[in-house]
Design a protein around this ligand. Structure first.
Ligand SMILES: *[C@@H]1O[C@H](CO)[C@@H](O)[C@H](O)[C@H]1NC(C)=O
Length: 256
């Protein structure tokens, strides 16, 4: 009873804080001064650069979104986005490829759905080249620190989070999850990404997945394949102007 009351108070508090702190429009929060907005020249008009290579065909368990006009950067605005730096291959445990299985799996590696199931902040979109165009994020996971306060605490405190989309439109129906992972500062910084936060967010998940994890009697362990060429290195087109190394971790997660 007391816990429930405490949880509600904390929930409201975090809601209030994120509301207040998110008050300035995203034009000030979503970008830092040194980002380069390339406008119309974003991709089509230039060569593959900074380690990016032309789209690859015949990959097992996922399909390169760029083959059908998608990209491995999501959309936070029309130009900028965050790197989709992890792919959970469809060769993984079929349970994880479902939304419910994904929810269970991410708990095993220390994440939960966001605070009280409420969406705060900006909804990102991604185009996975599966014929569905830009679609809204289908899953948002946040690191949780305390079982009582759960994800509410992380919402205020900052930490690791990720957004996920499933590649399941008819043009590229692989069933793989594409994930944009990052590490955030606390809410007082309006959910800015920490320095090196894209690489760090990705590596945090990869480390936990490859170590192996379990939840309620289910055990998993992932293999990782590091892919270069899907993304360019650096910060061009990247939200908050934070550099990333351009590597994508392809995880195949096996049920033990
Ligand atoms: C694709 O996956 C998403 C996320 O799990 C789900 O909401 C949607 O219904 C799926 N669409 C199809 C056509 O299966």
């Amino acid at each position: 009873m007391l816990f429930a009351a405490v949880q509600i108070v904390l929930g409201l508090l975090s809601l209030f804080l994120s509301g207040v702190l998110a008050a300035p429009p995203t034009s000030t929060s979503g970008s830092s001064d040194d980002q380069v907005v390339l406008g119309g020249t974003f991709k089509k008009d230039r060569e593959y650069e900074n380690g990016e290579l032309p789209p690859t065909k015949h990959t097992l368990g996922w399909i390169d979104p760029r083959l059908k006009g998608g990209r491995l950067i999501d959309y936070t605005s029309d130009d900028l986005g965050e790197p989709l730096n992890i792919i959970i291959s469809a060769e993984s445990d079929p349970y994880i490829l479902t939304e419910q299985g994904m929810q269970t799996y991410v708990k095993s590696i220390g994440f939960n759905r966001e605070c009280l199931g409420l969406h705060y902040g900006h909804i990102h979109e991604a185009d996975l080249g599966d014929g569905l165009g830009r679609k809204e994020e289908q899953f948002l996971g946040r690191q949780h620190y305390f079982p009582i306060m759960g994800t509410c605490w992380e919402s205020v405190r900052g930490g690791h989070h990720f957004r996920a989309w499933r590649q399941n439109g008819t043009d590229a129906n692989s069933g793989a999850w594409f994930i944009g992972a990052s590490e955030e500062m606390d809410s007082s910084k309006n959910h800015m990404i920490v320095e090196d936060g894209y690489n760090r967010g990705r590596n945090y998940i990869v480390d936990r997945a490859t170590e192996g994890s379990h939840w309620k009697g289910m055990w998993w362990k992932a293999n990782v394949e590091w892919r270069e060429g899907l993304l360019e290195r650096g910060k061009r087109g990247v939200n908050h102007g934070i550099e990333q190394d351009g590597r994508v971790a392809i995880l195949t997660i096996y049920r033990l």
